[in-house]
Design a protein around this ligand. Sequence first.
Ligand code: HSE
Length: 298
Amino acid sequence: NQIKVFSPATVANVSCGYDAMGFALETLGDDMIFTKTDSKDVVISKIEGANLPYEANKNVAGVVALLMLKDSKANFGLDIQIFKNFKPGSGLGSSAASASGTAFAVNQLLGNKYSNLELTLFAMQGEVAACGSAIADNVAAALYGGFILVKNYEPLDIVSIPTPTNLVATIIHPQIEIKTEDARKVVPTQIDLKTAITQWSNVGGLISGLHSNDFDLIGRSLVDLVAEPNRKKLIPLFDDVKQSAIAAGALGAGISGSGPSIFALSKNLETAQKVETAMDAVYKNSGIDYSTYVSHIS
Ligand code: HSE
């Protein structure tokens, strides 16, 4: 009657794959506790670590839970406790962690009624509540784990991509909040054919590199001509962090989701830790608060 879940932070876009790629972090995420109740209501009884609405229909977790209980004609209600270990507006899929953790947990309490694809569709409604757009890259990464490709939106088609086991992510999270809704407004709605060709070639390169453990190809493919040039101005010291990460041995680096977090990928833990030191050195005297994380992809 009660389930406790860990719902991972996720890195969406992964440079070239705007709205189409994402991966889940092994060691960073939210903890959530779901308890069945007799009331048929959804009550958010505890939120720690962030200032989020308690009203179920305004809270991402509440929205997803209400939808699923209604769709399944469940004969129970829910009490939800949320323990956020990373901040909303970080670019690490905070709302997606709440939405996908809820979708996963409610499905367990319903006796595994829904597929992962159906859970992704429910969780995407949480993203609509959070930022106004039904984006799948963060929620699918959290629900499927590892690296995912959103192969298609309508109908939704999610593909899991194998990942080299020793691929490690380093993240720096400057503690300024960027709302996804705002960051989406600076991304162009149209791009020219030459830009599109480069972008889809990089997506192909990244997928191929992940399949074949070709770290050099992964690095050469972590290039974004669509979102990064427009969004990086929202992120203090972005170019310096990216250059320092690559100089320290990272395969590549870019904006995590809609920012402000910056991610880098490395081919082993030792390099990822050197990259963390290099990123840290850029921000150390900036006067901006920040956190850094090193995590395997899982
Ligand atoms: N793909 C989305 C974006 C991720 O970059 O806006 C944020 O949820």
